[in-house]
Design a protein around this ligand. Structure first.
Ligand SMILES: Cc1ncc(COP(=O)(O)O)c(C=O)c1O
Length: 373
């Protein structure tokens, strides 16, 4: 049998990511490939840095996109900032907090875990207590937007608390960047990573990353080399930094970076604040419709992410069967529950280009019809 080209159907992606990608970004992806050290491409990377600085709201010179998914952004922060024996407070209120803990251990650090209930934000009071109990803490790590539950944590308060204790922060903004307010400089955050496939609505596989001058200082004062060659950001620095200059580190994913550039141009043209407001407005519409259908949310309103709506599956419903039905009948993807919420909740994403009226309407109609059946 000769295998034919793969032609996927056009789905509406309303899960926890990847999100719908605009035709404009898909078009950018298919532009002619140029060499990754071509002066034109180098110029594009300089623009990309500017656009990422805007998205992160930072002046950090070290602001780049790691050539790998969000998980690599996470790992880049931990392996670069932690040296053997460093004490790290890890806030765990969902799946990704636990992944942070695993990263700390693998990087040779000592993890002090602060647990909060799934579906609730990180407790700033508990972190303050952990800092009092562990004044030798070097780093506080937390997830700004927990994709497994849909809860947002107070990154501003945690950033300020870390500074009081002379600690650095590692912050996961994979789901928050572009969807809810995030102000890296104003909130004094140090090592902040994200993903391309959520509220930026770009193709998966890139991890925006920014390091504050204090984070760079910690990396530069290391007494041991970073164990990972690929993720050692002191080597990558030469590749991305110095306007117009590049030395070879690895072959950049040229076309994916075109796509990221385009999605960030779209964000710039819309305006960051407008993008935040759009996510909130679409969430309100979805919420009203879901509540009419009898759904209840996992997360209290005050801590609810507009871009990740976790709702309990109604009693007596086979959740996997309904999700399959939505996929087959409406070409609509919604997400299953993860970890503690597996089998109990659905996660409905309204991310980036996917946060628009027709998606909300399709989701509500499809859910109503499927549940009636
Ligand atoms: C909060 C959070 N952190 C990290 C990741 C990992 O990103 P990726 O799947 O792109 O490796 C995800 C992915 O869903 C996420 O939601």
């Amino acid at each position: 049998m000769t295998i034919q080209s793969f032609i996927p159907p056009r789905r509406t992606l309303m899960g926890p990511g990847p999100s719908d990608i605009s035709p404009q970004v898909l078009q950018a992806l298919s532009r002619p490939t140029v060499g990754h050290l071509d002066p034109l491409f180098v110029g594009m990377m300089d623009e990309l840095k500017q656009l990422l600085k805007y998205a992160f709201q930072t002046e950090n010179e070290f602001t780049i996109a790691v050539s790998a998914p969000g998980s690599a952004g996470m790992e880049a922060c931990f392996v670069n900032l932690i040296e053997a024996g460093d004490k790290v407070i890890v806030c765990r209120n969902g799946v990704f907090g636990e992944r942070m803990r695993e990263n700390v251990i693998r990087a040779g650090g000592e993890a002090v875990v602060v647990d909060d209930e799934w579906g609730t934000p990180v407790s700033v009071d508990k972190v303050a207590q952990a800092l009092q109990d562990n004044p030798d803490t070097k780093i506080i790590a937390f997830v700004h937007a927990e994709t497994s539950t849909g809860a947002v944590s107070d990154a501003q308060a945690l950033g300020a608390l870390a500074k009081q204790y002379n600690a650095l922060t590692i912050v996961d903004t994979v789901t928050s960047l572009g969807g809810v307010p995030l102000k890296v400089d104003e909130w004094q955050l140090d090592a902040v990573y994200s993903g391309s496939q959520k509220c930026l609505s770009c193709t998966p596989g890139l991890a925006p990353l920014t390091f504050s001058p204090q984070a760079i200082e910690k990396i530069q004062s290391r007494t041991t080399p970073v164990q990972s060659w690929f993720l050692d950001q002191s080597l990558v620095l030469g590749y991305w930094s110095g306007e117009g200059k590049r030395s070879y580190h690895h072959t950049a994913p040229v076309n994916s970076l075109y796509a990221l550039h385009e999605s960030l141009v779209m964000l710039q043209n819309e305006g960051l604040e407008n993008a935040w407001l759009r996510h909130q407005a679409m969430h309100e519409k979805l919420k009203t419709g879901l509540e009419k259908l009898g759904f209840t949310f996992v997360v209290e309103e005050a801590y609810r992410l507009p871009q990740l709506n976790a709702v309990y599956v109604p009693a007596g419903i086979d959740e996997a069967k309904v999700r399959n039905h939505l996929l087959e009948t409406y070409n609509l993807e919604i997400g299953a529950g993860l970890g503690a919420l597996a089998g109990k909740a659905w996660r409905i994403g309204l991310m980036g280009y996917g946060a628009r009226e027709e998606n909300v309407a399709l989701c509500l109609r499809a859910l109503e019809e499927s549940l009636t059946q």
